[in-house]
Design a protein around this ligand. Structure first.
Ligand code: FAD
Length: 364
């Protein structure tokens, strides 16, 4: 089920089957001068069905919203075989409960998505790209908070810490500054001089927060390399040992506190936790790295994850910003949401899938 069923430029929509790979969809609509924004770092491998199942985010979701924001219509098959058509091409439609939105992010536990109508935009201009290097993680976190407070809306606002910078640079040889404690990748896709102005404002916020230096990508090719470097962060860390990517989120003003908590947890448990992520969304991927022959890895992994989840919840955050509850985070759903909310989720699951045949045992 990998077909594009329709590209509709008049309505700025595309209708697809769920097996199509995100990058294939982006490339197909780009031929019509159109743009499908959600771009998980895994976009060359992941399917639209998987993106809908997890309500995936990505690098430019800070500006354009996550997968749910891009969905206008779904065809869903429920556990008893009923085919539901939810939404369509209407931009506004409030007839009844928001069932379509409920299926997005339900991780295949409520129904199988067999078709999706997604929002497109006219393709934006090529991005202007800036890197800002910081002497401390705190300073980078402060810069993100400052950009949020100033209402800046860059197309990309991504963070990599020192260990991630080194791992990416060892692999890709991008010439990144390994002395820096952190870098921010900031991009603007506004037209013409507006992009310059946006990056200048971002640069000012970075300098005020203590950036040691900033630089612009010389051309589109260099910008692509830098963006690709960020996308490859997890793969780069996998080269160091057994890497386990986490997915916590916090309100953006609390990123500095979350980064400090990650450092403290790393020191307390003696586990390296390189961190990167979608800083502009407050969504960080602390990545636990164990040596391949460490017999205590599984046990310490559980302890560290518990500490990370509780730190995020303690800051008003979430145990998962975009990857989903699945199995690994299942015990923490109730810790974060509370028993009343999880009880409602279970009643919804029971109503739609009374025999529990859809992705059994996951999430709720
Ligand atoms: C290196 C790397 C980088 C990543 N970067 C990001 C990122 O930037 N942002 C992000 O959000 N995630 C990211 N991820 C996580 C992952 O790629 C995403 O969650 C992606 O959306 C999963 O897509 P998939 O096709 O692999 O789906 P799967 O893993 O196959 O499925 C994901 C979930 O969706 C459900 N599902 C799949 N198809 C359907 C369907 N047709 N109907 C109903 N439910 C369905 C499945 O049951 C499952 O619960 C990253 C992962 C890796 C390894």
């Amino acid at each position: 089920m990998r077909r594009i069923l329709e590209i509709d430029p008049a309505n700025l929509t595309v209708t697809v089957q769920p097996g199509i790979i995100n990058a294939e969809l982006k490339a197909a609509v780009a031929e019509h001068g159109l743009f499908y924004p959600p771009d998980p770092a895994s976009y060359e491998q992941c399917s639209i069905g998987g993106n809908l199942g997890t309500n995936a985010g990505g690098l430019c979701c800070v500006k354009y919203g996550v997968t749910r924001d891009a969905v206008l219509g779904l065809e869903v098959v429920t556990a008893d075989g009923t085919v539901l058509r939810l939404g369509g091409k209407n931009v506004k439609d409030v007839a009844g409960y928001a069932l379509m939105q409920l299926f997005v992010g339900s991780q295949g536990t409520l129904g199988i998505i067999t078709e999706a109508t997604l929002r497109l935009r006219p393709a934006p201009p090529p991005k202007l790209t800036m890197l800002a290097f910081f002497p401390s993680l705190d300073a980078a976190g402060e810069a993100v908070s400052a950009m949020t407070a100033r209402g800046l809306g860059p197309a990309t606002l991504e963070l990599m810490d020192r260990a991630t910078i080194a791992a990416v640079d060892d692999w890709q040889q991008l010439g990144l500054d390994r002395e820096a404690a952190a870098l921010l990748l900031v991009e603007s896709d506004l037209p013409g001089v507006a992009a310059e102005a946006e990056l200048e404002a971002a640069e000012a916020a970075c300098r005020a927060a203590g950036a040691s230096f900033t630089l612009r990508a010389a051309d589109a090719q260099e910008a692509d390399w830098l963006r690709q470097g960020r996308r490859l962060a997890y793969r780069a860390l996998e080269r160091l040992g057994i890497a386990h990517m986490e997915d916590v989120g916090v309100p953006r003003s609390r990123i500095p506190e979350m980064l400090r908590a990650i450092e403290a947890i790393s020191a307390r448990h003696g586990v390296p936790i390189p961190t990167f992520g979608h800083a502009g969304d407050g969504n960080l991927h602390p990545t636990l790295v164990f040596s391949r022959d460490d017999p205590t890895a599984a046990e310490r992994d559980a302890l560290v994850r518990d500490a990370l989840y509780r730190a995020a919840i303690g800051l008003g955050g979430t145990v998962t910003g975009e990857h989903g509850i699945g199995l690994a985070r299942k015990p923490y759903l109730e810790v974060q949401r509370g028993p009343e909310v999880v009880a409602v989720m279970r009643r919804i699951k029971a109503a739609l899938d009374p025999a529990g045949i859809l992705n059994p045992g996951k999430m709720v």
